[in-house]
Structures are given as C-alpha cells and as structure tokens.
Ligand binder design. Structure first.
Ligand code: MG
Ligand code: ZN
Length: 206
C-alpha cells in the first residue's frame, strides 16, 4: 500500500502546542505541563504511521537564560512523561540561535530558527522523511511558515499563541490549512485528512 521507503512525519512545535507556554525560559522539568491529551494525540499519529519530531526555537540559549544541558534535561523529562502515557518522540530538534540580540557563539542568522525550515530539513535527513507527505502542528505562524517551506501540510492550534496568531493570519495571511482547538484535535484532523474525509478551513492558502 505504502511503497515509499521514506517515512511521513508530524513536526510538532513544543511550547504552546505540546506543553503550556510559560513566562521566560522553560528551564527545568518541574515547569513542564502537557496540554490535555497530548500523549494520546501523539500515540494516535504514531499508530497512523507518522514519525513524531519536536521542532523548537530555543533562543533562551542564545540570551543565556538556558543551556544545552538543562534543555536536554527538560526534553528527557518530557519524553519520559509521554512514554509513561504511551507516546514516543522520535526526535527533538532545537534551534539555540538568535540574530542580533543573541550572545556568541549563538548570535547568528541561522538556517534553523523557525520560520526557516532548517530543523525540518535536518530531521528529514536524519530520519529519512518524506516532507511532502508530512505535517506540521504549531501555535504560531512562524511554525506554519516553516512547514510550508518544506511542502508539508499545516495545522495551527488555538492553544498557546494560537488564537492571536489565527486572528493575525485572517488579516495578514500566512494561516495554516487547518485551525483547530488543540493538539488532540490536530491529530484527529490529520488522520481524517489522510483518509480524505475533512474539508480545509476557510483560511487555507491565505
Ligand atoms: Mg509555540
Ligand atoms: Zn538556529
């Protein structure tokens, strides 16, 4: 049925999409709070054959509010909690850079900070992904832009910055193919879209 040797993926933004966004840097596991039904959503997508790749801008590293070790600890805790609930993250990719306001060695106009697609391209190479058959789920228009840039289909969630970003897209464009309540609904939408049974929301293509 599926003859491509490449896997499909769902790229999932972290803060505001997978876990609640907090003020400042999320620098320790105690600050982690998953959005409702996050693990169930990821498990649904994995069962549908998608690799799950978390792609996160972490400019907190560039400004010295976070370091790689603490970020790794947060991601380990996140992966552990999801695993306890039956979900697996195939890969975490983080961008530690920031143009202008960053500190050396992270002050650079990198190819990975979303809306640029570098993290998605990196993951595609490492995991062998079929980007045109992949999806991106995020709460910001820059997530959507990164997904679009690699030809993936896109879903904007209303959690995190999502409501505001959706309102902005209605004026400025740059919206996702689908706008849904949260990650759980995003997973259902993706599975249904793959089965050919949902219509795109009216913001498509703007
Ligand atoms: Mg976000
Ligand atoms: Zn970067």
């Amino acid at each position: 049925m599926d003859s491509s040797p490449l896997r499909r993926a769902v790229f999932v933004d972290r803060d505001g999409t997978l876990n609640r966004e907090i003020e400042g840097a999320l620098a320790s596991p105690e600050q982690l709070e998953l959005v409702p039904h996050a693990a169930e959503a990821l498990a649904t997508l994995a069962r549908a054959g998608f690799a799950i790749v978390v792609v996160t801008n972490q400019s907190a590293i560039a400004v010295g509010a976070l370091d790689h070790e603490r970020l790794a600890r947060v991601h380990r805790a996140l992966a552990d909690e999801l695993a306890r609930q039956g979900a697996t993250i195939d890969l975490f990719v983080a961008c530690p850079h920031l143009d202008r306001d960053g500190l050396p060695p992270y002050r650079r106009a990198c190819p990975c900070r979303k809306p640029k697609p570098g993290m998605l391209l990196d993951a595609a190479e490492r995991l062998g992904l079929d980007l045109a058959r992949s999806w991106l789920v995020g709460d910001a228009l820059r997530d959507v832009a990164a997904g679009r840039a690699v030809g993936a289909r896109t879903v904007l969630v209303a959690t995190g910055k999502g409501e505001r970003e959706h309102a902005r897209a209605l004026v400025e464009g740059g919206g996702a193919e689908f706008f849904v309540a949260d990650l759980a609904q995003a997973a259902r939408t993706i599975v249904a879209a793959e089965a050919g049974s949902v219509m795109a929301s009216p913001t498509q293509g703007k």
